[in-house]
Design a protein around this ligand. Sequence first.
Ligand SMILES: *Cc1c(COP(=O)(O)O)cnc(C)c1O
Length: 431
Amino acid sequence: MKYYSTNQQSSDATLREAVLRGLPPDNGLYMPYSIPRLSPDFIEGMSSLSFPEIAVEVMAALLDAELPQDVLREMTEEAINFDAPLVQLDEHLHVLELFHGPTLAFKDFAARFMARLMGYYVRNSDEELTILVATSGDTGSAVANGFVGVAGIRVFILYPSGRVSPLQEKQLTTLGENITALEIDGSFDDCQAMVKSAFLDETLGTHYRLTSANSINIARLLPQTLYYFRAVAQIRKQALPIVMSVPSGNFGNLTAGLIARKMGLPIYHFIAATNINDIVPRYLASGLFDPQVSRSTISNAMDVGNPSNFQRLLALYDGDFAAIRKDVSGFSATDDETRETMQGIYQHFDYVADPHGAVGYRALQQFRAFGQKAMCGIFLETAHPAKFDTVVEETLGIKVDIPAALSSLAKRQKVATSLPANFSALKEFLL
Ligand SMILES: *Cc1c(COP(=O)(O)O)cnc(C)c1O
């Protein structure tokens, strides 16, 4: 399978090139030329398969013999070693819990797979790969956790000092080994600008083979199809159309869902659920894609003003706006509406949702109110409520249990190097 750039100026890439390069030189995004269809027999039979068994089959179809079968199997089984349970809240409502991985957010699935795929590609070369990531919280911890101990790869994480939660900071700074945390005296935007400068710097380019690990990398997109298959496999046989509501920021998650649908997964409709950073819901209403400066909300992992995967969404539909609107509806929520919804979910279902999941549930309810009543509704819970314990406790007036994976971190020693927010400091440090 070859990968093309959505800007169509760069030449095609193999999977290896696309993964190690991250971005095509023309600044587009890599996409596979074709999306394979899985057999109806496989899809009907998924309910009797384990998650790793489903995952191996789906990845094998997607990656189309790019890797030896035994390698792909091992990689997938190691990466997908925790479940995505579908929890039923009432007769026609489910929540897909994507937070059972080591850093308690859905980014674990893809980060763990990408780490193993990159590890495989560098294993047989004597050149070390260096990954630079700027993070405002969740991405950095999932990437750090995915890559810890992977031979041949070093990871530098840049995070804004004082602007990540104490637990998030522990997730970034206590791993050691091949993971180095850089505490930047500046904002997330400063961190991102420093990383961008590093990729363009010729001196660094001669000393390091640099790549990125954010959601524009195709190796992070494709594994996100897997939990959509796992979700459908858990639904008891029924005739109602399945509607999935996806809390969205950069739209990697939703794009992966649409790819799963193209592979033959019977999902009737998707909902793009956002906070007030509602670029895509407004696009779906008007046909106009109008990026904005992002605004801060309580569902901060979705505070994105220029969703990077939008180009992939368009590419999947050859830019056909009517076709996109047939498959995807968009709704947005303010912080007040999100809080109200968290309270509603807690009262009705005795279920504690984090702010991101609540945005998803609210959008699903709005879609239902719109006319489409008979459906099997599923919203994605993208992070564990303990990751946003302050907001959850304030809003619901309860104490959130912190899972062992997080609470044990509190005792560990933070190790980070402080740097001023300028590229020359980063360059000096790296050289
Ligand atoms: C990253 C993230 C999102 C947004 O996902 P996209 O793929 O960028 O749309 C939603 N919720 C949580 C908790 C996240 O960490």
